[in-house]
Design a protein around this ligand. Structure first.
Ligand SMILES: [Zn+2]
Ligand SMILES: [Zn+2]
Length: 359
């Protein structure tokens, strides 16, 4: 009896990581904790890393997330986006079933978090989307030591090196100075990227009013309400065409290529995205002024972060998994791609609701 008990105990204390977190069709499932992380289908209990719509979906029972992520979900989906909600602070520990969980800053967008799940002696960190580059609009990324690190791989190829976002903003300002009679239209994802570009413009000393497409107003005002200073912002709606000469307007990427742009005098079309490193993509989209500004880690950021966590095992998800898995293995780390489906790439696509398209 004694022997049997001991062997049972040692089996439990050496829990395999895949018994703690496992990919299932609904997302990343934690059976011992009774929850899913960023589920793509409605579940009883969801832990949400950040507010982007492919990670934060409506219709769950209980939702645990940072206050900012909960607020963003409420803004997008309305008050009844979940049956119940609970806010968690960075660094706060909560016990769920047989596991302990903690949220840590991911540096991706306001309120974004990595989720650390600890069961017995094993700690797994699900990073969600993250970046290790400076961003004046959110809490900086924090390295969380762990046994298993689940990393995104949006830009998981050595060709992706984002460089300094401040230099890209200088390019934009140089173009504005060069073409005072033209309007500058900057395509940027409306949650996170747009506010970061505005904050970078302010850091660079640009203090003129910045104009917003209607689809960006609510989320940008929300950033301001959380203490992110963005200077004078104006709605582009109702402006006379001639008065937009020499100005900068932020708009969802999809709006910069449709008839909405006719309200601007001879617009220069810019696009702020990590994909702008690929010239063919910029050309394909008709982007005149590509700005390499990304809210995801680049190749150097991904590999440096993997090393810094000290994790012996790496699970690689949404993006270009193969190169990163290969890199990990060449460094003697156990690594595998994680089969998670349903996560998009917010840098590339943005759907604008019909009512907002003409705003
Ligand atoms: Zn994201
Ligand atoms: Zn993502």
């Amino acid at each position: 009896m004694q022997v049997k008990n001991r062997s049972r105990t040692s089996y439990i204390s050496q829990m395999r990581p895949q018994d703690i977190l496992m990919p299932v069709p609904a997302g990343l499932c934690c059976k011992p904790g009774g929850f899913h992380i960023d589920p793509v289908r409605p579940v009883e209990r969801a832990l949400i890393t950040h507010g982007h719509s492919d990670h934060a979906r409506p219709g769950h029972g209980a939702v645990l997330a940072t206050q900012e992520t909960l607020d963003m979900m409420r803004l997008r989906y309305g008050d009844n986006f979940a049956r119940s909600t609970q806010a968690i602070r960075y660094g706060e520990e909560i016990r769920l079933g047989d596991v302990k969980i903690k949220f840590h800053p991911a540096g991706h967008v306001l309120g974004s978090a990595q989720i650390a799940v600890t069961c017995k002696d094993t700690c797994i960190v699900a990073s969600g989307d993250y970046k290790d580059a400076a961003d004046p609009t959110c809490t900086p990324f924090e390295v969380v030591p762990c046994d298993v690190f689940i990393t995104e791989a949006t830009f998981g190829l050595p060709v992706f090196r984002h460089g300094d976002a401040a230099d890209e903003v200088k390019k934009l300002l140089a173009s504005v100075a060069l073409f005072p009679e033209r309007a500058h239209l900057v395509g940027a994802y409306s949650l996170g990227k747009a506010q970061r570009v505005i904050a970078l413009l302010r850091e660079a000393g640009y203090d003129a009013p910045i104009y917003l497409h209607g689809a960006m107003e609510a989320i940008t005002r929300y950033y301001e309400s959380r203490g992110i200073a963005l200077g004078e912002l104006r709605a582009v709606k109702g402006m006379k065409k001639a008065d937009l000469a020499g100005t900068i307007t932020l708009a969802p990427p999809s709006a910069t290529s449709d008839i909405w742009t006719r309200r601007f005098p001879d617009p220069v079309t810019a696009f702020a995205s990590g994909w702008m490193r690929v010239r063919a993509r910029a050309r394909q989209r008709g982007v005149e002024l590509p700005l390499v500004i990304s809210d995801h880690a680049d190749w150097d950021g991904l590999t440096a972060t993997i090393e810094a966590t000290g994790a012996g095992e790496i699970w690689v998800t949404h993006g270009q998994e193969d190169a990163l898995v290969h890199w990990c293995k060449s460094r003697g780390l156990a690594a595998r791609p994680l089969d998670l489906v349903g996560y998009g790439d917010e840098e590339e696509h943005e759907v604008v609701a019909a009512g907002e398209a003409e705003a």
